[in-house]
Design a protein around this ligand. Structure first.
Ligand SMILES: [Zn+2]
Length: 438
């Protein structure tokens, strides 16, 4: 049988419904899709492949999906740290964005983010930022998948003047990328505190019409709840419910300060939650009760949030933090086991983005979006359980190869589509400009 590529890793972790780890299996790719996964001895006889790749000591996993980020914010990494969310946002991040964010900023920031994400095994990111058309172009040029947010806020920025204009520009973006192989769109109203009822209602109507997700920060901090009670007389989730936004298309990011009835309401409506443990920890925002959410039947994905509040876009590290934090919060060492953490960073991310038919697991017919991690380093030896090594011990420099739709974007740790030196140079130039005025 003809194949474009057959990969022979030591282990394959398909992230399937049976939590399998396959040893001594090979994966064949044809036309950008996974053709089959079969025992290696069999693969060597049945496939005539253009390219065969032996990867002893490597584990092959589905490409990681960063379910919440603001990719251009890589350019603000480390600009202001060790501050609570509202001071950090109001006195540092938003003023810096007001002054600096333009299409060139977004282009360089997204390229830097794409470079960092690809090198660490992330093949898709769910993004929320200004000038999303630039992010879309940068991701597509890198060969990555992205869900670019049609951002909405009440206040004017260089990108748009009013909620209407944000929506208008978003719809233009949606039209432009309809049917694109790599790029999808989602509505991205920033948060309940930054968007008033009328635009949120329009978002709901349009999201239903266009069948795209609604990606929003929700229940990030205690202050958000207090402010909502003061301004609207209801908690943010109750407000989302009143506006008709709770449902399977909702991608709710953060989800701290949750009451039992809110968890039940979210589970009942099939909403997706994105957990950003490192950003929550760094901004001391509160804790997302992941184990309780999973118990209630919610699908929880993992995001890094922006590089200004993390400060990296490293999903391997984020999985580890998520697994450890969940155990601490639940006071149970069996909360969020390693395989489940990997599922959150892959298949659940794909589900949140409405892309589970295309990516998120290694199964015949899906896109060949995959990552080979070398577990041969001393840091991850010996290997009893490859998923344990991945989640609890591996670091992102062990990511050796990354493919999206069968196209190799990282080879031996190096990017094939992005010019690393040029991107680093541009990023340093931006930093020099920003630092001079901050
Ligand atoms: Zn965020």
């Amino acid at each position: 049988m003809y194949a474009d590529l057959v990969v022979h890793p030591q282990w394959i972790v398909p992230v399937d419904s049976q939590d399998r780890v396959l040893e001594g299996h090979s994966l064949a790719v044809a036309g950008g899709r996974i053709q089959d996964i079969v025992p290696t001895a069999e693969a060597r006889t049945i496939f005539q492949a253009e390219r065969q790749l032996d990867l002893p000591g490597h584990v092959l996993i589905p490409g990681l999906i960063n379910a919440h980020t603001h990719s251009p914010m890589t350019l603000l990494r480390g600009l202001a740290d060790d501050l609570p969310l509202m001071i950090w946002l109001n006195q540092h991040i938003w003023p810096a964005e007001k002054r600096w964010v333009d299409p060139e900023f977004v282009l360089t920031g997204t390229r830097l983010a794409a470079l960092e994400m690809l090198r660490s095994g992330t093949i898709c990111f769910n993004d929320m930022y200004f000038y999303p058309e630039v992010t879309a172009r940068a991701a597509a040029d890198a060969g990555m998948r992205a869900v670019v947010g049609m951002i909405v806020v009440d206040f004017p920025t260089g990108y748009a003047e009013s909620a209407d204009e944000y929506l208008h520009k978003g719809l233009g973006l949606h039209e432009r990328y309809r049917g694109h192989a790599l790029i999808r769109t989602a509505f991205a109203p920033h948060s309940p505190y930054a968007v008033s009822d009328a635009p949120l209602e329009r978002v709901r109507t349009l999201a239903d019409e266009l069948e795209v997700p609604v990606h929003i920060h929700l229940h990030e901090t205690h202050e958000e709840i207090v402010q909502s009670l003061r301004d609207h007389g209801e908690r943010p989730i109750a407000r989302m419910d009143r506006l008709g936004l709770l449902g399977p298309g909702l991608v709710a990011v953060h989800m701290t300060q949750l009451e039992d009835a809110e968890i039940e309401a979210l589970a009942r409506t099939g909403a997706h939650v994105v957990h950003c443990p490192e950003s929550n920890l760094k901004l001391a925002s509160g804790f997302c009760p992941v184990a309780r959410l999973l118990e209630a039947g919610l699908e929880v994905a993992i995001g890094t949030d922006g590089a200004a509040s993390n400060n990296d876009l490293d999903l391997l590290g984020e999985m580890q933090t998520a697994a450890l934090l969940a155990k601490g919060i639940a006071a149970s060492a069996s909360a969020l086991p390693a395989y489940q953490a990997l599922r959150m960073a892959t298949l659940n991310g794909a589900k949140a983005c409405g892309m589970e038919d295309e990516t998120g697991s290694l199964e015949p017919g899906k896109s060949a979006d995959m990552v080979a991690v070398d577990l041969g380093a001393p840091d991850t030896q010996p290997v009893y359980h490859p998923v344990s090594q991945l989640v609890y011990a591996a670091s992102r420099d062990q990511v050796r190869h990354v493919w999206v739709a069968g196209r190799q974007l990282i080879r031996d740790g190096q990017p094939t589509t992005l010019d690393q030196q040029a991107i680093l140079k541009e990023a340093r130039e931006w930093a020099a400009r920003i630092a001079a005025t901050n």
